[in-house]
Design a protein. Sequence first.
Length: 382
Amino acid sequence: MLTGQRWKVATVRGIPLYVSTSWVWIAALYIWSQYNELTLNHGVEAGSAEAFFLAVFAAALFFASILAHETAHAVMARGLDLPVRGVTLVFWGGATETRADMRGPLGEFLVASVGPATTLVLAGAFWVAHVLTAGVMSEILGYLAWLSSIFAVLNALPGFPLDGGRMLLAAVWGLTKNRRTALRAAGWSGVLVGLVFGAAAVWFIANGVVGMGLFAGYIAAILITTGRGMEQRIAFRDQLMRGRVADAMRPPPPTISATMSLAQALDHALREAQDRPIPVVDEAGRVIGSISMRSARRVGGRDPLRPVRDAMIPLNQTTVLGPDETLDGAFEWLGGETGLVVKDGVLVGALTPRDVEHWYRRVIEGRAASTGFAALPPRPDL
């Protein structure tokens, strides 16, 4: 995922929440814009503590609504017993790391649709709060109601990679029983919606509404670029479908027992691994999670004699693959990380993007021209 450096800030129902460096800048920009709006157009005294507090409060509500949108995706995925590595706030909004396609078209549709639905409910809640309050606070809540409504509708548009594009993908997949056809439909739909936004951008700028014009142009660029790249993505996935995880994986890495103390784990493997996750196994040798230097430090810093189990990253937050999975889905789920290959609870190997690249060069490039080895695009949520 192209989120840059990120930091974990909280855990909600076992789902880790992160903020990226790009989000920090957009959060600061939003606070600044709200401060200017309050002091220039709503009579709040410039430089006052009230102006700063209200600007931060408005920003907190806005980003909380984005977080609620993404958390809804994650909670729905967990409800479908899907893995969720985390939720990250980024400059375009947020991103939820899950594998909705594992539950077929219905699972894909449910995970995608719950986001815009949550944002629409929040818009209603903000509107009710706007009606029940007065003054500047009412204006802030009314603006958030309007903004949430816009984002809910925008996100439901049938253009990949918006949630609406994924809903369209799921619908076409369900009707045709062919995910390849569904991807193509979602891609071209995104191009068409992007052209509409492009025309709107030209109109806004021509009429002096530069801010809206730039925003519409940004949406158009995302939709058109992603849509036009869909054919290459499909071709690339078709090639990766020829192989399975077992064909490209490397031997299993060393493991750590869940009953080992964190001090022992540090000397045994963590010190050399640094931030690379190490698989954790129970007494029967079954993989139950992973541990890294970072996760161990949070617990071991207070009590290094506590067992590894207490600092373990749960299996549903760990990148786990099956040996019989095709490489197209596996590569997309890796997202630049190392995946543990597990069969019937037993660790049988590991897979990295470099392993997939080696398989690609060995098996595909010997028979067909290379299409380029570019990472699949992430899913932005506006």
